[in-house]
Design a protein around this ligand. Structure first.
Ligand code: 1HN
Length: 331
């Protein structure tokens, strides 16, 4: 991209080009040729708005399930790769998304890494993720968090497949070259019965510090957000005109017939349709939404949502990380 507003005389241009050619082996490059592409007046991204319908993705995943075990694969996952970011395993510039399958009787072996993860259940009943040895027994549309460096394994003691969406900050951690991982294998020894953390911390209480019960990270003790609980909160909020807190991982309810105002923000978001049907207008493109569809809205793409029936969405984005860097903006 030409950087300068006024073109240079031909002989100067030729002299510069030969200077660049000489400098190149010394790993030097002229900023003025690229400045405008580096420092843009507004965000640019190769990431595209994209929707995956659940049914075909599920079919491919189940076929993979007939060919490779969770143990063999370590994690049996189909990556939701943004078509504008080929070869990067990224759904948005900062975030990764994938669909993971665990079949009855399988174990996805214990490991930990510096990438943070969330699971959002698409289907199945009663399989679990264990975080530092406490199981979260999962139901459809439950959210489970695996903060970075916590040991985690998955298992399925139910009689049916379970599929969930994995959301991780893989591209972010790769950008900082800050990836570490350790493998333990098998299942982490049970440290607490399922539901223990919810019992101790779930009613806005905290166990006496220094007691054996105070074993969860102080800032973020809760790691399992069951659908039946968050859905009840949404319904209660909707009864008296919901505020819009817009956090990094969020759920929202748009009542039937409702359209949002067009909005764009610097975070890239991945949505799951939990209930209902509607439409998303993303950067001028209309995308129909049905239950379990997955939608990517890249940075600074204008988004309007329209609910044809009560529309419940889960979404996660890199907003919290951008806010910590002082970068996040909406407009
Ligand atoms: C991972 O550890 C899980 O623990 C899922 O289930 C997906 C994608 C990339 C890197 C690590 C899991 C992952 C992952």
């Amino acid at each position: 991209m030409p950087a300068m507003d006024t073109p240079l005389p031909n002989d100067t241009r030729a002299a510069l080009e030969s200077l660049y050619a000489e400098m190149r082996p010394a790993s030097l490059y002229p900023l003025w040729e690229v400045l405008h592409a580096l420092v843009t007046p507004a965000p640019t991204t190769a990431a595209q708005p994209w929707r995956w319908e659940y049914a075909p993705a599920r079919e491919y995943l189940l076929r993979a399930g007939g060919l490779i075990s969770a143990e063999q694969a370590e994690r049996r996952v189909l990556i939701l790769e943004n078509p504008g970011l080929p070869g990067t395993s990224a759904a948005t510039n900062a975030l990764y998304a994938g669909l993971q399958l665990i079949l009855p009787g399988e174990v996805a072996p214990c490991h930990r890494h510096t990438q943070s993860a969330l699971r959002f259940v698409m289907e199945g009943h009663g399989a679990h993720t264990a975080v530092d040895g406490e199981k979260a027994v999962m139901e459809p549309f439950d959210l489970v968090l695996t903060p970075n460096w916590q040991w985690h394994d998955h298992g399925n003691d139910s009689g049916a497949p379970m599929i969930w969406l994995d959301g991780l900050d893989i591209p972010t951690v790769r950008f900082y070259a800050a990836s570490f991982a350790e493998r333990m294998g098998g299942e982490y020894p049970e440290t607490a019965p399922a539901g223990d953390t919810a019992k101790r911390y779930g009613r806005n209480l905290r166990p006496f510090m220094g007691s054996v019960a105070a074993r969860r990270p102080a800032g973020l003790p809760l790691f399992h957000y069951p659908y039946r609980e968050w859905r009840e909160s949404l319904a209660a909020m909707a009864r008296d005109a919901a505020p819009d807190p817009r956090p990094s991982a969020h759920v929202r309810l748009l009542p039937k017939g409702f359209s949002t105002a067009p909005r764009r923000a610097t975070d890239g978001t991945i949505f799951v349709v939990v209930e209902g049907t509607g439409r998303a207008m993303v950067a001028g493109e209309t995308i129909p939404l049905a239950q379990r569809d997955l939608l990517v809205v890249p940075s600074w793409s204008e988004l309007t949502l329209h609910a044809e029936s009560d529309l419940v969405l889960f979404g996660y984005s890199d907003r919290a990380a951008q806010e910590k860097l002082g970068l996040w903006r909406e407009g």
